[in-house]
Design a protein around this ligand. Sequence first.
Ligand SMILES: Nc1nc2c(ncn2[C@@H]2O[C@H](COP(=O)(O)OP(=O)(O)OP(=O)(O)O)[C@@H](O)[C@H]2O)c(=O)[nH]1
Ligand SMILES: [Mg+2]
Length: 427
Amino acid sequence: MVALDRGAKSRTADQDLDELSGLCMTAGVDVTGRITQARRLPDVATFIGKGKVEEVRLLLEETGADVAVFDDPLSPAQARNLEKALGLGPGGEPRICVLDRAQLILDIFARRARSLEGKLQVELAQLEYLLPRLTRHWSHLSRQRGGAVGTRGPGETQLEVDRRRVRERAARLRTRLGEVRRTRELHRKDRAAVPFPTVALVGYTNAGKSSLMNALTGASVVADARLFATLDPTLRRLELPGSGPILLSDTVGFIHKLPHALVDAFRSTLEEVCNADLLLHITDAADPDREHHRRVVVEVLGEIGAADRPRLEVWNKIDCLQGDERLALAAVARRENAVLVSAQENLRLAELVEMVATALGSSQREERFVIPHACSELIALIERGGAILGFDESPQGYEVLARIDPRLAGRIRKRLAEAAAAPGVTC
Ligand SMILES: Nc1nc2c(ncn2[C@@H]2O[C@H](COP(=O)(O)OP(=O)(O)OP(=O)(O)O)[C@@H](O)[C@H]2O)c(=O)[nH]1
Ligand SMILES: [Mg+2]
């Protein structure tokens, strides 16, 4: 693993490499050594200086490693030059696989993707990342092609054929993704028809989002110490005492230097986040890098257009903190309006649920309805989407006082108006 030490006060190269090592582990790559170089800007040709390249080559030789992972994005030329400098085989093929952080993350995503949409998104992101990096040496494509004879267009070089194939595949993937997304959009509209408030869990990867989802709803989403355990969004219903049900959504975690191709690819999956009535920002309170992680999450939320969503700060894993640390953190949490919880030990989850109810409650309103007897099923709708505060019967029908979402109230009024305009028709 190789990283630059840019002399930043807020973050050291070692911290970057610790995280990169977690990514390597998740991707199934054993880490055999780390190298850092103190320089503010990367070398244009080889990212690190010539002497360092030699140091990397020797370390690879010494440890018998065959992969060199760089913590920053490498330009296609840098990757090529590095492969050349780190050693070519007898046929001129690179002996060392040179990867950057983005490729490693893409690889993890590719292995983790389960849903059709997730798989399509990741493959598209990989192709977009690959396109400018296609060179004559891109041998796995040639292998996949299974004999290139007859596949080349007039006057096209092999490289042009490869690029064309990648572009064609990317276009097919985009079409297919469009279809899958339209279906999901329909599901989302169905859900919006019964407008329960939605609450989305967001946070750095490994902060404990899925664990919290499981603890709150009894769901069985995979929670794992490996990074990016969750890729596909999951929705679960959660009953908030006194204010009705909500939909809780869990989705992909964020990370420092998340590849742009992936942010774009996951933008539509992250719609749950952009449309949520409330975001629960989960942070691992016991992580020494906590503040940096929080900043990264806020940045990514800005990139996907969710910066304006109301947010509740939730600091998880307080079971990992000693008495004094916990007290000190509690003081900071009070100042920042954060709630301290432990998903694993079920600590202070009731308080969290109460805070969610209060935060959402500010968007709910008390509404009074007179519901004709013929429309009594609307009462069940009110009950499902909110809390009934008062109930009475009069000759006009049922008189209901409820605390509900204004969107649901609007929908019920519309149904009542339709019924009044067409007597005899039930709601
Ligand atoms: N000690 C402790 N560990 C926790 C707690 N919550 C989660 N964990 C552990 O933290 C690791 C990550 O948990 P997940 O719930 O998978 O985290 P996530 O945020 O969903 O992660 P990604 O899906 O990878 O983004 C797992 O090993 C959990 O067992 C907690 O309150 N205390
Ligand atoms: Mg998860």
